[in-house]
Design a protein around this ligand. Structure first.
Ligand SMILES: *[C@@H]1O[C@H](CO)[C@@H](O)[C@H](O)[C@H]1NC(C)=O
Ligand SMILES: *[C@@H]1O[C@H](CO)[C@@H](O)[C@H](O)[C@H]1NC(C)=O
Ligand SMILES: *[C@@H]1O[C@H](CO)[C@@H](O)[C@H](O)[C@H]1NC(C)=O
Ligand SMILES: *[C@@H]1O[C@H](CO)[C@@H](O)[C@H](O)[C@H]1NC(C)=O
Ligand SMILES: *[C@@H]1O[C@H](CO)[C@@H](O)[C@H](O)[C@H]1NC(C)=O
Ligand SMILES: *[C@@H]1O[C@H](CO)[C@@H](O)[C@H](O)[C@H]1NC(C)=O
Ligand SMILES: *[C@@H]1O[C@H](CO)[C@@H](O)[C@H](O)[C@H]1NC(C)=O
Length: 256
């Protein structure tokens, strides 16, 4: 299968109240850097106080009096956070959340920070916000054709979130038609245990001098697209050349 990957895409925008909002898109098992920098350098680390919490007000990490307050961090996050004390001197209070799971998907993380000259009682203020989107890549997309009914079914299994499936019909002169989404019949099934989706898309192949049919499955969170093609004019039993070639490569590797 063919894979186009764009990992860990980051988008930052500033909202009107001065809070920095980041969108973080990442893959399950990876880490996400929750970015935040105060616009002041603390003269000493004990003049810096901050904490990160999620949208349930569950604390990920807390720093006060020059040290991490492990007792303030929730068990859910305690062993999954890396902090960067060397960067805190410049007001950078970013932390890294490791081993992302789908439980983290859709969470909003907020950093509350105070920098004071005297180490006094300045209130910690919300200055950064990160919205986390976690994906599970689909590993495979497969195509099945029924030449009696002239239907094609594209199947992709066990990924997250729901994929966007698109169909193309190619002519032998390299031009193609994209099938209108209203002419596709899609079924999504979500596994209740792990939230992963399996997806079916069915089309009726219209009559025409088409050379091949391609199904593309796009994961919108990590912008990864898988595609598979079936050559039509070589008959029912023939997979497209590149799927066949891939099988050959696997066979060669197995032999080696
Ligand atoms: C399918 O994937 C291959 C490899 O990434 C790419 O070269 C090709 O353009 C893709 N086909 C379509 C129709 O996007
Ligand atoms: C803050 O520190 C983190 C961790 O070292 C680093 O990856 C990030 O680039 C720093 N941010 C800024 C704005 O310097
Ligand atoms: C990551 O999380 C999963 C599921 O909670 C767990 O099974 C696994 O051991 C964790 N891995 C690490 C390196 O912490
Ligand atoms: C991909 O799908 C095809 C067709 O269903 C199947 O033969 C193949 O084993 C699958 N590959 C993986 C890695 O699951
Ligand atoms: C390619 O072939 C199709 C069908 O024969 C035709 O409709 C289309 O105009 C052709 N496109 C080009 C660029 O020649
Ligand atoms: C896809 O279609 C097959 C055959 O029609 C069916 O068995 C399967 O349950 C469908 N899967 C989904 C996710 O709809
Ligand atoms: C991040 O993921 C969300 C949810 O799937 C998506 O809407 C957004 O476009 C993605 N952002 C980037 C930069 O890929």
């Amino acid at each position: 299968m063919f894979v186009l990957v764009a990992c860990c895409l980051l988008l930052a925008l500033s909202v009107s109240d001065g809070t920095l909002v980041h969108d973080i898109n990442a893959t399950v098992g990876d880490s996400a850097l929750l970015q935040c920098s105060a616009n002041m350098y603390p003269t000493e680390l004990r003049n810096l106080r901050f904490y990160w919490q999620d949208d349930r007000n569950v604390v990920l990490y807390s720093f006060k009096e020059g040290r991490a307050m492990a007792e303030h961090a929730n068990e859910l996050y305690l062993h999954r956070i890396t902090a960067f004390p060397q960067d805190m001197k410049t007001g950078n209070v970013s932390v890294k959340l490791k081993n992302l799971t789908l439980e983290d998907n859709g969470r909003i993380f907020q950093a509350f920070v105070a920098v004071s000259e005297s180490g006094g009682m300045r209130r910690q203020r919300l200055i950064c916000e990160s919205n986390l989107h976690v994906a599970v890549p689909y590993k495979n997309v497969s195509l099945a054709l029924n030449f009696e009914t002239m239907t094609a079914v594209c199947t992709t299994k066990r990924g997250f979130p729901e994929p966007l499936v698109q169909w193309m019909l190619h002519f032998s002169n390299n031009s193609y038609n994209i099938i209108d989404s209203k002419d596709t019949h899609n079924t999504a099934m979500q596994d209740p245990h792990d939230s992963l989706y399996s997806f079916n898309s069915t089309i009726h192949i219209p009559e025409g001098p088409y050379h091949s049919v391609t199904c593309l499955s796009h994961n919108p969170t990590i912008r990864m697209t898988l595609n598979t093609t079936w050559i039509l004019n070589k008959g029912a039993a023939m997979w497209s050349l590149h799927v066949w070639a891939e099988g050959l490569i696997v066979a060669v590797l197995l032999l080696a």
